[in-house]
Ligand binder design. Structure first.
Ligand code: G3H
Ligand code: 13P
Ligand code: ZN
Length: 312
């Protein structure tokens, strides 16, 4: 089937108490690993491309890689999504260039400005059959510790969500409930805990509306150890516990964003290969096990975290 929007996927995910995996793609091996796992597990999937990915690999290469995956995996629905679109022009370029979904991230702007920018993207996107994810609240992180301590200023304010969704017409909403981007999400020695009270209040105010969680890598400790064993230095890397993501997926969260975990699997595998095969210099020899390990990680998430295996 051709690329689809996320509308039908989210409706089924909401009703079924599971979430769709939204995985960041930057090269062929990552696209292949994700889509092969999804095809084998019969899971719908969102492949997302950041501004950085477009700068690295080029828009056309990424679109063509995803189109190739769609041809190879005709049984599963695939969405091509812009991750963290920074402005109208970037969103327009992706809408005009074959994407079926875009995120406009104006969450760092004041509320009224966020509404204004998001609304403009929604109007253009909907005119072209493309759906829009928007964001309210800024993701917490270790570097935001002070802000969080001062009255939870980073978390999404549930009292704002109805007005935001009504005025913008966005199709899904990313909220901040304690996740953060990257591999250092919580302070070592503290108990990672998402703000389910905020999620539940948002859902109560937006019944049936799909919620998105960014910064949802779990930072598997086997890959952190692998990286540290083979010359890397990632002390204190900690992610979101899988059981909390599972709980979010059972609630109103329909899209869970994962990038860092793919990077950890790829980097750990390549570091180990390089260290244990100092004589090898064919990139296919280290990209192959890296791709295989990403695939197994994605498979695990589809079955045990997202709950979307068998839902295609
Ligand atoms: O949310 C950020 C994603 O992990 C994409 O990261 O901007 O380095 O491609 P990137
Ligand atoms: P992670 O850094 O936790 O993988 O989050 C990725 C993300 O939110 C992409 O938008
Ligand atoms: Zn993100």
């Amino acid at each position: 089937m051709p690329l689809v929007t996320s509308t039908e996927m989210f409706r089924k995910a909401y009703d079924g108490g599971y979430a769709i995996g939204a995985f960041n793609v930057n090269n062929m091996e990552i696209v292949q690993a994700i889509t092969e796992a999804c095809r084998e597990e019969k899971a719908p999937v969102i492949l997302q491309v950041s501004k950085g990915a477009r700068a690295y690999a080029n828009h056309t290469y990424l679109v063509k890689l995803v189109e190739a995956a769609v041809l190879e995996c005709p049984e599963i629905p695939v969405v091509l999504h812009l991750d963290h679109g920074p402005d109208f022009e970037t969103c327009k370029s992706c809408i005009d260039g074959g994407f079926t979904s875009v995120m406009i991230d104006a969450s760092s702007k004041p509320f009224a400005e966020n509404i204004e920018i998001t609304k403009r993207v929604v109007e253009y996107a909907h005119d072209h059959g493309v759906v829009v994810e928007a964001e309210l609240g800024t993701l917490a992180g270790i570097e935001d510790e002070v802000v969080v301590a001062e009255g939870h200023a980073s978390y999404t304010r549930p009292e704002e969500v109805e007005e935001f969704v009504a005025k913008t017409g966005c199709d899904s909403l990313a909220i901040a409930i304690g996740t953060s981007h990257g591999a250092y999400k919580f302070k070592p020695g503290t108990k990672p805990q998402l703000r389910f009270d905020v999620l539940e209040e948002v859902s109560r105010r937006l019944p049936g509306f799909p919620i998105v969680l960014h910064g949802s890598s779990s930072v598997p400790q086997n890959y952190v150890e692998m990286i540290n064993t083979y010359g890397g230095a990632m002390p204190g890397a900690i992610g979101v516990p899988e059981e909390q993501l599972r709980r979010a997926a059972e609630l109103s969260v329909c899209k869970i964003n994962i990038d860092s975990d793919l990077r950890l699997a790829m980097t750990g595998t390549i570091r180990e290969f390089m260290a244990t095969h100092p004589d090898k210099f064919d990139p296919r020899e280290y990209l192959k096990p890296a791709r295989a390990n990403i695939k197994e990680m994605v498979r695990h998430k589809l079955i045990h975290v997202l709950g979307c295996a068998g839902k295609a």
